[in-house]
Design a protein around this ligand. Structure first.
Ligand SMILES: Nc1nc2c(ncn2[C@@H]2O[C@H](COP(=O)(O)OP(=O)(O)OP(=O)(O)O)[C@@H](O)[C@H]2O)c(=O)[nH]1
Length: 319
């Protein structure tokens, strides 16, 4: 029988207290049989004892049932026959202690107890502190995740960037070339590539030193970077060789871009080293069906042609 939902033959506990969860009320007879208990009392018990048909005398260990029974306090007064910590032992060594008062009236025992308010307060404080700690840890986690994300992005950039010039590296370029070739195949858009190489760079190194040579490479890279569109891709292909990928660009447009770069680089006023440096360019347009190696090879042959015919030139690849 569920005392909260089923109507008992006789009610001992006022209805208003039956659902109370922080106050425990139980009524038992002289043999210890529980006649009625409220929600708070039932929270002490496990599933099996939560109904009323269990005997308090078997569970009461402090005070024991005998101690309670032998209480000499007179019946039917307002004074409790017991007042203090009351401990019950349920099966599986499940101990429950509450601060209780037991009254005896008309041969029945009324147990009224409350959960230890002080303990609840302490528990509340620890839960609040634990909550604060949890929030702090969550904030820390968000910060760490953010840092990790930044680190990951730094690593990713480092893995696709050339350290000296800040342009993309060869590996990233080839990946991008593959993607752009697929896009060109799919949408029938033109795609061009420029391979460029600083002229007589060995001489620059030999005359002005390796550091000045590096300075030239950085200046050329900056010029390339500034003059390209946002969706063009420029990479350092090797030593003093650079490669540019120009999506949606015909060979004529790519030749114009290469010419512009050639002129700007030649006109660039180099202070370190104090000399005029030029570059040569080979331009090729992607033909459907050719491989990455094949288009690069054609641009390389055009570059070779530009070098052979005097340098500081732009040459178009043949099909
Ligand atoms: N300073 C510097 N020099 C480099 C770097 N990478 C390659 N080089 C040098 O670039 C030079 C390239 O020389 P070559 O391949 O003979 O070509 P070049 O002297 O530019 O002659 P052409 O290309 O025929 O005009 C070599 O001396 C390399 O040591 C680099 O990162 N920094």
């Amino acid at each position: 029988m569920n005392p909260l939902t089923d109507a008992p033959e006789k009610r001992y506990i006022p209805l208003s207290l039956l659902r109370f969860r922080t106050l425990l009320v139980g009524v038992f007879d002289q043999g210890g049989q529980v006649l009625e208990s409220n929600a708070g009392f039932q929270m002490l018990c496990t599933e099996e004892e939560s109904a009323n048909d269990w005997n308090c005398s078997e569970y009461l260990i402090n005070p024991s049932w005998d101690q309670l029974h032998l209480s000499t306090s007179s019946d039917d007064t307002d004074a409790p026959i017991y007042q203090g910590i009351l401990t019950l032992r349920f099966p599986e060594e499940n101990y429950q202690s509450v601060t209780a008062m037991i009254f005896r009236q008309e041969g029945l025992y009324y147990l009224v107890a409350e959960y230890n308010v002080e303990e609840l307060g302490l528990l509340n404080t620890s839960v609040t502190a634990l909550n604060d700690e949890l929030m702090r840890m969550q904030r820390e986690l968000v910060r760490t995740n953010h840092k990790l994300e930044e680190q990951r992005e730094l690593f990713r950039m480092a893995s696709i960037t050339d350290v000296l010039t800040g342009l993309y590296n060869r590996r990233f370029f080839i990946e991008s070339l593959t993607e752009e070739m697929e896009r060109s195949d799919r949408y029938g858009k033109s795609l061009s590539l420029i391979l460029c190489d600083v002229d007589h760079f060995k001489q620059v190194n030999d005359t002005y030193g390796h550091d000045q040579g590096d300075q030239v490479l950085r200046a050329f890279s900056q010029l390339i970077n500034e003059s390209l569109r946002s969706f063009d891709i420029a990479a350092r292909f090797g030593g003093e060789e650079f490669i540019l990928l120009l999506p949606e660009t015909t060979i004529e447009q790519a030749v114009m871009t290469a010419e512009r770069l050639r002129k700007q680089f030649k006109q660039q006023n180099m202070t370190t080293p104090p000399t005029t440096i030029t570059a040569s360019f080979g331009v090729a347009e992607y033909t459907k069906g050719e491989t990455e190696d094949e288009i690069i090879k054609r641009a390389d042959l055009a570059l070779y042609q530009a070098k052979k015919t005097g340098r500081n030139r732009v040459e178009k690849a043949t099909d």
